[in-house]
Design a protein around this ligand. Structure first.
Ligand SMILES: Cc1cc2nc3c(=O)[nH]c(=O)nc-3n(C[C@H](O)[C@H](O)[C@H](O)COP(=O)(O)OP(=O)(O)OC[C@H]3O[C@@H](n4cnc5c(N)ncnc54)[C@H](O)[C@@H]3O)c2cc1C
Length: 248
């Protein structure tokens, strides 16, 4: 497990995965960087043993230790691996993502940059309100209503954007003109850095069925396309001891 500076891991850096209609998840950086030749799994094991970075005792013992750490919630070694993502997501997703406070975040500034006219989220389907859970959705609405709702939404966005442009043309500051934009639907880009322990916690909560679809797709993209290939042993233990168990 010491030599993991293979092309597959290196190619994760800069990889971009499309999410929703205009969003994406992109990995900007990873610590340990694959070019160092130390895999993330081994960095976790090394931290637990407080041995030299990259020093292992062989795959079997290293893997056993990693499973032990996960099973016994010995979480701090997992903080030694960090993921830095660039995310483009509608505000409805960011609204929930920022609740995960053990992360570092830098967002695009709507005071500085003008919003583009097509930077809004248009859902592919309209989900129905769940009857059993007040904050969740369940199934989709009648397809005959789908097209009408989407048309109304797009018309609403276009009207909002025109009002935004009108305000700008009257000399209103960008920081105020944006009050005309449809808040939850607007796409924002941000850089989000988080360690593997806190990312697992975020994914556990946000991949769950109860989570809103607009954050589930981001959490799933981070997990499938980046976390799993970067930390295969950790992902295996995470699925076995955390994801498959209902929250205590
Ligand atoms: C299905 C669902 C519904 C939700 N609904 C709502 C809602 O209606 N309204 C709402 O506001 N939030 C809601 N949340 C967000 C939720 O309350 C948490 O803020 C979010 O899940 C982040 O969890 P966390 O605090 O464990 O993570 P983080 O914020 O990343 O924190 C990680 C850990 O660090 C510690 N920590 C962090 N900050 C502090 C602090 N200030 N003081 C003490 N310890 C701290 C805690 O141990 C915490 O578990 C919802 C989340 C989910 C998954």
């Amino acid at each position: 497990m010491t030599d993991k500076s293979d092309n597959a891991l290196l190619s994760l850096i800069g990889k971009r995965v499309p999410v929703l209609d205009r969003g994406f998840v992109e990995l900007q950086d990873l610590m340990p960087h694959p070019a160092t030749g130390v895999s993330g799994d081994l960095a976790i094991v090394s931290a637990a043993r407080t041995s030299f970075l990259g020093e292992g005792k062989g795959d079997e013992k290293d893997r056993k230790l990693l499973n032990y750490l996960m099973r016994n919630k010995h979480t701090s070694p997992f903080e030694m691996v960090e993921f830095k993502f660039r995310l483009k997501a509608p505000l409805v997703t960011w609204w929930q993502l920022v609740r995960h406070r053990m992360a570092s975040l830098n967002m695009q500034s709507g005071r500085y940059v003008e919003f583009e006219d097509d930077e809004y989220y248009v859902p592919a389907v309209w989900r129905k309100q769940s009857q059993s859970n007040k904050q969740a959705s369940d199934g989709v609405i009648d397809p005959s209503d789908d097209e009408v709702l989407t048309k109304e939404l797009v018309a609403h966005y276009e009207r909002c954007y025109k009002l935004y442009q009108d305000a700008l043309s009257k000399g209103v500051a960008k920081e105020m003109a944006r009050l005309f934009l449809p808040g939850f639907a607007v796409y924002y880009t941000g850089v989000w850095k988080i360690d593997a322990h806190n990312l697992m916690r975020t994914m556990q909560l946000r991949i769950a069925n109860e989570a809103q679809e607009e954050i589930r797709v981001y959490a799933s993209a981070m997990y499938e396309h980046f976390f799993k290939p970067a930390l295969p042993w950790t992902a295996e233990a995470f699925e076995k001891y955390v994801l498959s168990k209902p929250e205590a």
